[in-house]
Design a protein around this ligand. Structure first.
Ligand code: ADP
Ligand code: ASP
Ligand code: MG
Length: 420
């Protein structure tokens, strides 16, 4: 008998009817003879609404209380899904992250999972029940309730699948798999049947939100095959597996697997800092100490002994980062600090890039021909990323998708549910 972990995202459980559909699918999976652990996200836009509410009562909500608030979204889903399962004759039991023993570090609103105990889930499954677990949350080593960062239910699901040694982890969402670009941005995006962990890791790291980055890290480290698929059509989706997995056999490595866009970061610039050893260390040590995730960094060549340093951080971290950067700017007698939220990052990802020179050059040419100015550049062995004006994002992604031969010739055909 195989054990499957299924995760249902917000759109998949957005209303009572969707919830009942999911319950029926779980019943069918059980009837096919599988043991099942289910992870649920908050219904529809519940997390966004809770965040809004928090900002309506406070200008700077304490992160501990934010976690208390946000975890309620997933608790609602887990209880309702168990009720719907009861109605279709499936014996199910819901658990919060803390009940399951999802132990995290103490960084509120973006905690990292340190360990998954899972005893209660194992006991429920051994008892013939479906265990329904609230995604996106855990309990810290200081016994506080934590959340895992936006999109964190994916991480709960894969971490549980790893801890329980599940045969696979199915991520149900509102598109039919992982595509060569976000099908909401590029209608001609193509579904990718199989992807390597390393490629998915770069796509997630570049900001494709179809899978949370940490979930892919868990999958790679513990070799958990992920199947990304739709809870609207239930068709075969995209498998994300290790390079030596049997599904990878006879698959050629495409030069470009996908184009990824990300509008969730902001650019901070510290102007006219002295060009001497220790400046970057002081700046980025302070940011790291405050758990700010710095992504791209560009330092200009110095003129008259000073230089500008620009870097990107998640928009959600700007409020934490700005006072730190200003303080360090004053200490260094810098020329000032600016911040810019109207940026977008666009990345090309593909394992075949390693052996195929000229990808970056072609990317820059395509952007130039489309009048898109490049503000920052960074690369890895299988990724090239640029920062451009946010207003140019859609045009740039579409142009690159076409220029690199990724267009399918057909528009995306499955339902693209509007997310209210
Ligand atoms: P869920 O609530 O199910 O976790 P998310 O919104 O987190 O769903 O992720 C699914 C969304 O990811 C899709 O609706 C799609 O717009 C977006 N997306 C971005 N890039 C891609 C891609 N390359 N392939 C598929 N979907 C993508
Ligand atoms: N509900 C959380 C969010 O909206 C977690 C998730 O859906 O994965 O980010
Ligand atoms: Mg998600």
């Amino acid at each position: 008998m195989s054990l499957i972990v299924q995760k249902y995202g917000g759109t998949s459980v957005a209303d009572p009817e969707r919830m009942r559909n999911v319950a029926r699918h779980i019943a069918a999976t059980r009837a096919a003879g599988h043991d099942l652990v289910v992870v649920v996200s908050a219904m529809g836009k519940a997390t966004d609404n809770l965040l809004q509410l928090a900002h309506q009562v406070s200008t700077n909500p304490p992160s501990r209380e934010m976690d208390m608030l946000l975890t309620t979204g997933e608790r609602i889903s887990m209880a309702l899904l168990c009720m719907a399962l009861h109605d279709v004759g499936v014996d199910a039991m819901s658990f919060t992250g803390s009940q399951v023993g999802i132990i995290t570090d103490t960084v509120h609103t973006k905690a990292k999972i340190l360990e998954v105990k899972g005893d209660r889930v194992r006991a429920a499954v051994a008892d013939g029940k479906v265990a329904v677990v609230a995604g996106f949350q855990g309990i810290s080593t200081a016994k506080e309730i934590t959340t895992l960062g936006r999109g964190g239910s994916d991480t709960t699901a894969v971490a549980l699948a790893a801890a329980l040694r599940a045969d696979s982890c199915e991520i149900y969402t509102d598109v039919t798999g992982v595509f060569t670009a976000d099908p909401r941005v590029v209608s001609q995006a193509r579904k990718i049947p199989v992807l390597q962990f390393d490629e998915m890791l770069e796509m997630a790291g570049a900001g494709s939100k179809v899978l949370a980055l940490r979930s892919v890290e868990f999958a790679r480290n513990h070799d958990v095959p992920i199947h990304v698929r739709s809870s609207f059509t239930w068709e075969e989706g995209t498998w994300v597996v290790g390079r030596n997995h049997e599904r990878m056999k006879n698959m050629e490595e495409p030069v470009i697997s996908g184009v990824v866009q990300d509008a969730s970061e902001a650019k901070l610039t510290i102007l006219a800092v002295p060009d001497r050893p220790g400046v970057s260390a002081a700046l980025f040590e302070a940011l790291a100490g405050a758990n700010v995730n710095v992504d791209m960094i560009v330092q200009n060549t110095s003129t008259a002994g000073t230089t500008d340093i620009s870097f990107t951080v998640p928009k959600a971290d700007v409020k934490t980062a700005e006072p730190i950067v200003s303080r360090i700017g004053k200490e260094l007698k810098a020329g000032g600090v600016t911040h810019d939220e109207d940026i977008a990052k666009i990345s090309l990802v593909g394992a075949g890039m390693k052996t195929s020179p000229g990808v970056a050059a072609k990317m820059f040419r395509v952007l130039a021909d489309n009048g898109v100015n490049i503000e920052m550049i960074s690369t890895s062995t299988i990724r090239v990323s640029v920062v451009v004006r946010a207003a140019m994002m859609q045009k740039a992604v579409q142009a690159l998708h076409s220029a690199f031969g990724l267009d399918s010739g057909d528009d995306y055909s499955a339902p693209l549910p509007e997310r209210k």
